[in-house]
Ligand binder design. Structure first.
Ligand SMILES: Cc1cc2nc3c(=O)[nH]c(=O)nc-3n(C[C@H](O)[C@H](O)[C@H](O)COP(=O)(O)OP(=O)(O)OC[C@H]3O[C@@H](n4cnc5c(N)ncnc54)[C@H](O)[C@@H]3O)c2cc1C
Length: 242
C-alpha cells in the first residue's frame, strides 16, 4: 500500500558528488525511521526565498536507510534554478522542508521485463527501480547524460543492461537515444516502460514506443522539466508530455 505523503523537516547529513554533474544530498531526521516508500517515488522540497513566493522542486528517492535514518536524493547540477542552487550550496546541518513520498510511477509487478529511458534527471529513478527488481527479471535502460564521466553503475551483482548516450555528441538533441529505443531488440513477453526527463524527450520516447506497437497502459511517462522554462511552483513543468 502507498504511504501517505507528509511534511518532514530534514537536515543535511552529507553532500557528495557522484559524478561532475550529479550531487548526492543525504538527509536525516530522528523520525525518519517512520518513513516508507516504493522505488520510483519522489520528495518535493520546499525552497523559501526572501524576494519571491516559496517553490517546490521534486527529486526521486535514490536510497533510504531506515536503520541510520538516511534518505538520499541525487541532483543534476544543471546551471540555474532554486533546486539546483540549493543542492550546490548544501552543507551538513542545513535544514529543508520536504513533502513525500510523492508520485504514482513505480514498478509494475506483473511485467515480464522493464524498460527505462530518459535523461540525467531520470537516472536516480531508473537506478533505484532497477535495484528494487527481483534478481533476474530482465531490465534495459537507455539513458542520456552529458558525457562518459556521468555514467553510474547499478548496485549489486545482478546486471541490467544500460545503454548510455552522451549529450556532448548530440547537443540539445536526443535523436540517438530515441533511435536506440526505436531499434532495440526487446525481450519477449509484456514489458513495462518508464520514461522520464525533459518534456520533448519524454514525448518523443513515448511516440517511439507507441509506433513499435506498445499500448498506452504499458508506458509510465512523466515529464520532469522543460528546456528554457523553470518548473511551476508545485515542482512540475508547465507543459506536460502527451
Ligand atoms: C517526479 C519528479 C522527479 C524528479 N526527480 C529528479 C531527480 O531525482 N534528480 C534531478 O536532478 N531532477 C529530478 N527531477 C527534475 C527536477 O525537478 C527539475 O529539473 C527541476 O526543474 C529542477 O529545478 P530547478 O529549481 O533546479 O530549476 P528550474 O527553476 O525548474 O529551471 C531553471 C532553468 O533550468 C532549466 N533546467 C531545469 N532542469 C534542468 C536539467 N536537468 N538540465 C538542464 N536544464 C534544466 C530550466 O529549463 C530552466 O531554464 C524530477 C522531477 C519530477 C517532476
Amino acid at each position: 500500500m502507498l504511504a501517505e505523503p507528509r511534511t518532514w523537516h530534514l537536515d543535511v547529513a552529507a553532500v557528495r558528488d557522484l559524478t561532475p554533474r550529479m550531487r548526492r544530498v543525504r538527509l536525516t531526521s530522528p523520525d525518519l525511521d517512520r518513513f516508507d516508500y516504493l522505488a520510483g517515488q519522489d520528495m518535493a522540497l520546499t525552497f523559501r526565498r526572501a524576494d519571491a513566493p516559496p517553490v517546490r522542486r521534486r527529486y526521486t528517492i535514490r536510497h533510504y536507510d531506515r536503520d541510520h535514518r538516511l534518505l538520499d536524493l541525487d541532483f543534476v547540477l544543471h546551471g540555474d534554478g532554486p533546486g539546483m542552487k540549493w543542492a550546490q550550496a548544501a552543507r551538513p546541518g542545513d535544514s529543508i522542508e520536504v513533502v513525500g513520498p510523492r508520485g504514482k510511477i513505480m514498478l509494475v509487478p506483473h511485467a515480464a521485463w522493464h524498460l527505462f529511458a530518459g535523461d540525467a534527471t531520470a537516472v536516480p529513478g531508473a537506478l533505484a527501480m532497477m535495484e528494487a527488481l527481483p534478481r533476474g527479471v530482465p531490465a534495459l535502460a537507455f539513458l542520456q547524460v552529458d558525457d562518459r564521466e556521468e555514467r553510474q553503475s547499478v548496485e549489486g551483482a545482478w546486471g541490467p543492461q544500460i545503454s548510455w548516450h552522451y549529450e556532448e555528441q548530440a547537443p540539445n538533441g536526443a535523436a540517438g537515444l530515441v533511435a536506440s529505443v526505436a531499434g532495440a531488440a526487446l525481450p519477449l513477453g509484456r514489458g513495462h516502460a518508464y520514461l522520464a526527463g525533459e518534456v520533448a524527450l519524454v514525448t518523443a520516447l513515448k511516440a517511439t514506443l507507441q509506433s513499435r506497437g506498445w499500448a498506452a497502459e504499458d508506458i509510465s511517462a512523466k515529464a520532469y522539466w522543460n528546456r528554457g522554462r523553470a518548473n511551476a511552483g508545485h515542482g512540475e513543468p508547465e507543459l506536460k508530455a502527451s
